[in-house]
Design a protein around this ligand. Structure first.
Ligand SMILES: C[S@@+](CC[C@H](N)C(=O)[O-])C[C@H]1O[C@@H](n2cnc3c(N)ncnc32)[C@H](O)[C@@H]1O
Length: 248
């Protein structure tokens, strides 16, 4: 694979998680960000642990296939590793990330990787969807939407989530997170995220979920979402929820 000359947030996260799928350009960007913000590894470990707890909780409702948007690098406790017997389709818009994901998953009969723009479900390859999320639209499935909300404005996010609601069968579940205003206290780090980066106060998020109903766990710091033990204490950078598509 030709070494990329631009960093990617997905591979920076892989670096912070201690993975093996990043390049010097990603490490340089991750270190520059940490200079401006502070240590990131504990925050992204906590976020990945939330992903694991969320998809396991969704699987426990009987769901056995997942569609992941803005998937990034499919390792280090990502969905198919967290739920050992489910099938998973990872999607992203970044061609370098997609190629990397396809290489990592080559030979897997349980997980695949393809293009998918979260704001337009029609961009997901129907053949891949049929293979890895066979119940799409007919049976409950899991939709993973992590690390994405910050890159979508309110209108686009609300519309996208409503389209996903309409496309999935009753009983489907959505795992979602968003960036709190934590970065506002670190202007230099915030500037590195670019002008389109969106932070949201937690109270503003519920309306964006529209018809999706959060479980009784609520919309909470990701560390506090059904913690396995005493919640890990990290800066409160991400809130998350699991939400359900009701019957009918
Ligand atoms: C911050 S990374 C998160 C990666 C992964 N979810 C994780 O938690 O490690 C955001 C990812 O979303 C992708 N992305 C950005 N806009 C997208 C869109 N409209 N649809 C799908 N993916 C998108 C980026 O290419 C990037 O890989």
């Amino acid at each position: 694979m030709v070494e990329p000359d631009q960093p990617s947030t997905a591979r920076m996260i892989d670096f912070w998680l201690g993975g093996e799928h990043h390049y010097p350009v990603d490490v340089a960007a991750a270190r520059a960000f940490e200079q401006a913000y502070g240590p990131c590894a504990p925050i992204f470990r906590a976020l990945r642990a939330f992903l694991g707890r969320a998809v396991r909780a969704i699987a426990a409702t009987g769901v056995d296939s997942f569609l992941v948007f803005g998937a990034g690098v499919p390792t280090m406790g990502n969905a198919h590793e967290a739920v050992g017997d489910a099938t998973v389709l990872y999607t992203d818009v970044d061609p370098v990330t997609i190629r990397l994901g396809q290489r990592i998953l080559a030979g897997s009969d349980r997980a695949g990787y393809g293009f998918g723009d979260a704001t337009d479900i029609g961009t997901v390859d129907p053949a891949l969807l049929h293979r890895f999320v066979p119940g799409w639209g007919r049976r409950p499935v899991g939709v993973v939407f992590l690390g994405l909300a910050a890159f979508l404005d309110d209108e686009t996010l609300a519309h996208t989530l409503d389209e996903l609601y309409a496309a999935t069968a009753p009983g489907s579940h959505l795992a979602i997170d968003f960036d709190t205003e934590e970065l506002a206290g670190h202007p230099e780090a915030l500037a590195m995220m670019g002008p389109a980066f969106r932070m949201r106060p937690p109270a503003s998020f519920r309306p964006l979920l529209g018809r999706w109903t959060p479980t009784s766990d609520g919309i909470v710091p990701v560390t506090d979402w059904r913690p396995d033990g005493p919640p890990v204490r990290v800066p409160d950078a991400f809130h998350g929820a699991v939400a359900v598509r009701s019957a009918g």
